[in-house]
Each structure stands twice: as C-alpha cells, then as structure tokens.
Design a protein around this ligand. Structure first.
Ligand SMILES: O=C(O)[C@H]1O[C@H](OP(=O)(O)OP(=O)(O)OC[C@H]2O[C@@H](n3ccc(=O)[nH]c3=O)[C@H](O)[C@@H]2O)[C@H](O)[C@@H](O)[C@@H]1O
Length: 431
C-alpha cells in the first residue's frame, strides 16, 4: 500500500524512477553490446527520457492532489454564470477552498446578497471528502460552481482569470490543523506556501488585479504570552509548522503588496467552529466520540492548567470575511506592474472570550445529553499553544466586526446540525 505521502504527492520526483533508468542502463550494457542494437536502445532511451520529462512538467504545473480534468465550452459557461453579479456595485469573487468549512459559508453569504462567486477546491482527503461533497451540493443548489482543482495548478488559475475578471479573491484553501503538521509536514508547504505563491502570481498578472483577502491563523502568536493578542504583538515564535507556514504567508503576501501593488488583507482566525465544520477539530471529534461512547483525550497544560481557546462561531467569521472584502480597497498594479501603494492589512477575528477545553466538553455533554469519558493527559509537545485570546478592536474599528455568538449558543447550533446530518451514535452521514 502506498504511504499517505506517496498518495498525496504522486508526482514528487521519486528517486526510484531515476534509479530504474540507471539500472536499465546497466542491464543494457551487459546484454546489448552490438553497435546497431545500441543505437536502437539509445533511441528508445531518448524517447523514454522525453516522455518522463513531459510527464514531470505536467505534474509540476500543479495537479498533484487532484486529477480531474477541466476545460471546455460547457465548463467555461458554468464559470461565467456562477461569477455573474446580481446587485449594483457587487463583486465577483474567486473563493479558494470553497468546499471547506469557512469557504462554503462565505461563498453562500456572498451569493445570497448578489455577488458573483466561483469556487475552487481540490477535495483532498485530509478529512472525509464526502462532507466536502455535501457542502458542494449545497453551493451548487444556490448557483455556485466549484472548480475541482488545486491552487498549485498555475494553468488552471490563469484560465479562471482569463474567463472572469475577478474583483476579489477570498483565499481560504489551506492545509489546516496544528498537530497534523508533525505527520505530514510537506502538505503544509505544498498548500500554504507553494499554493499561495502560485495564486498570488496569477493575481499579480491579472488585469485588473483583484483585491486579496486570505486566512491566516491565531496560531501565528505562538509562544507570545501578552494577552489579549493584538495584531502588533510578536509573531516570530511559532509553536508548530502549521503556524510557521501561516506566518510565512503573511510575509509572502506582504512582498506581493509591496512589489506589485496587490491589496491584501490577512485574517487571523481564532478556532472557528459551527455547523458543517471540520471533523478534525476538537469540538467535532469530541461530539462524535461522546455519541459513540468512546473516550476523548483532553489535553492539560503545564502545572495542570487547563488549555483555553477563543472559540469563534462561523457566522461571526463570515461577517468578518465579508466586511474585509467590502473594505479591502483596490489593488493598484496591472499586468505585473505596480502603479502605487495598495492597502496591506491584518486583523484578528476572534470572539474575545476564551473558554477552557474542559468547559467546552461540559457544554457538549449538556447539549448531547450524554456523559463524556474523559481521558485527561498532559499536553504532548505537538505544536499546541496553551491559550488564545483575541483583541479585536482593530477589526471592530475598520470592519465593523462584532461577534455575537457565545460558545454555549454556537455549540447548541452545531449539535443540532450534527444530529440532523449524522444522526445519533453515528459517524456517517444519514443522507
Ligand atoms: O484558530 C487557529 O489558529 C487554529 O484553530 C484550530 O486549531 P486549535 O485551536 O488547535 O483547535 P482544535 O484542534 O479544535 O483544538 C482545540 C483545543 O482542544 C485541545 N484538544 C484537541 C484535540 C484533542 O484530542 N484533545 C484536546 O484537548 C487542543 O489542545 C486545543 O487546546 C484549527 O484546527 C486551526 O486550523 C486553526 O488555524
């Protein structure tokens, strides 16, 4: 069985391919010494090398995670229809990661108020792709088309900009998850760094250039101890590779703003939760385990201090995203040339009231009406930070951001959705 990494990176230039060619060469020397057969074999090897190189350049263009084909008149028509704006002064937005948790919610909100939305998602299997497909159906029903492809596919992204003059890009495609970075570090580099650069290259070359709003993370505050976390606080001590790639994203987007005049807004999300959420996150996996009577692992910090998060409800995050798009200001460049300074902004989008993980479990128990089997363990050195707490005054001032859902209310809505979607005692969708 191929390892997960091999599955994720089928195109990574594997040494075995080169070794195989090398071995063939040795066999060839042994078995075929005559000049004429040597000539024939040389031709064969040249042909083999040429096809290998063209295969490499194909995969390097980025379709590593996904093999679906794209293109054609019908495909372009679906994209144009989806991008159509149905309100005055509306925008046409390319949403990356549109089948993801935040991406699907933001796409629906934009479409609802009459903006044009085109999604792109690679539907990778970091978590159950059937949930992503379910979100996709929801979006399709509202007239939103999601292109199946990877943001590393430069040709595909360029094609999308050929078809639609996007005014905005809402970039939410990413390899998420703090602890998984220890298992599969390369997937973070692939999506959060290489993918980001591929996307920014396309934005930089587009004419007109779109304004870019993208998802950074509260994890960039890392080992920062000053609370609450303000945008001007230190972010140079990441505790995980995930955080490091998000921080790198902030620096990379800054250079595209500086050199090419791209308008950029980075949003530091604080542990977003809610209906249609991510199954890899604690509130979601705890719910599944509690309902199935399985134990849950609750991490505890140094000196037996409970871990805490500034859990933020999805509807509040959506308002922050839409507010960011509305106030983003224009990019100034065109065709890769800067014409003047463009906005570069970073905002915390949190809830400003941290809750401990044991309290999160208590609330879930109440809503589920089932007792959890808690397995309390000291936090392993896995990239986690002990607490997060957002200062949101900047977002309040500039975006009108004002979270209104507390954890109790938000989890109630999540549990209601979960039970409708999966039913009791199940991890699989009931429809
Ligand atoms: O806002 C953020 O910056 C980040 O929020 C979450 O990361 P995290 O806060 O670690 O969220 P969870 O994985 O749901 O963990 C929440 C808390 O539960 C704890 N936990 C997690 C899993 C578990 O089995 N047990 C447990 O106690 C974690 O240590 C953490 O304190 C997301 O997974 C990241 O993608 C996101 O960037």
């Amino acid at each position: 069985m191929p390892s997960l990494e091999e599955e994720l990176f089928p195109s990574t230039p594997g040494k075995f391919k080169i070794d195989r060619a090398h071995n063939m060469n040795r066999q060839f020397n042994r078995c075929f010494a005559s000049t004429s057969t040597m000539f024939l074999w040389a031709l064969f090897l040249i042909a083999l090398t040429a096809s290998y190189l063209s295969f490499q350049s194909f995969v390097d263009s980025g379709s590593r995670y996904f093999t679906a084909s794209w293109g054609g008149i019908q495909w372009e028509k679906q994209i144009r229809n989806s991008a159509q704006i149905h309100r005055s002064k509306g925008m046409s937005v390319l949403v990356t990661g549109a089948a993801g948790f935040v991406g699907s919610h933001v796409s629906l909100a934009l479409k609802k108020r009459g903006d044009g939305v085109v999604g792109i998602d690679n539907f990778n299997n970091y978590y159950d792709p059937s949930l992503k497909k379910a979100r996709k159906s929801l979006l399709n029903n509202q007239g939103i088309f999601i292109v199946e492809g990877d943001i590393n596919d430069a040709r595909l992204i360029a094609k999308l900009f050929d078809i639609v003059a996007f005014t905005h890009v809402m970039h939410l495609a990413a390899q998420a998850g703090v602890r998984y970075a220890m298992e599969n570090p390369h997937s973070y580099v692939h999506s959060n760094i290489a993918g980001l650069v591929t996307l920014l290259e396309a934005c930089k070359l587009a004419n007109p250039q779109p304004s870019v709003v993208w998802a950074s993370s509260s994890s960039v505050y890392g080992l920062n101890e000053k609370v609450p976390f303000s945008e001007s606080d230190r972010t140079d001590q990441p505790a995980s590779l995930y955080a490091a790639t998000k921080k790198a994203g902030e620096e990379i987007t800054h250079t595209y703003n500086h050199i090419y005049g791209l308008s950029v807004t980075g949003l530091r999300f604080f542990t977003v939760y809610g209906p249609f959420g991510r199954p890899d996150m604690a509130y979601f996996s705890f719910t599944r385990n509690i309902l199935q009577g399985k134990p849950i692992t609750v991490y505890r910090g140094k000196n037996r201090v409970d871990l805490a998060r500034d859990f933020t409800y999805i509807d509040d995050i959506v308002k922050g995203c839409v507010g960011s798009l509305d106030t983003s200001g224009k990019s100034t460049g065109s065709g890769g040339k800067k014409r003047g300074p463009a906005p570069y902004r970073i905002f915390n989008l949190g809830n400003t009231s941290p809750v401990t993980v044991p309290t999160l479990v208590n609330i879930l128990e109440r809503h589920l009406k089932v007792k959890a089997k808690r397995n309390i363990v000291d936090m392993p050195g896995n990239g986690d930070v002990p607490f997060t707490h957002a200062n949101i005054s900047l977002a309040q001032r500039e975006l009108g951001y004002k979270p209104t859902t507390d954890l109790e209310t938000g989890l109630k809505k999540f549990v209601k959705w979960y039970l409708t979607y999966y039913g009791y005692n199940r991890g699989k969708a009931v429809h």
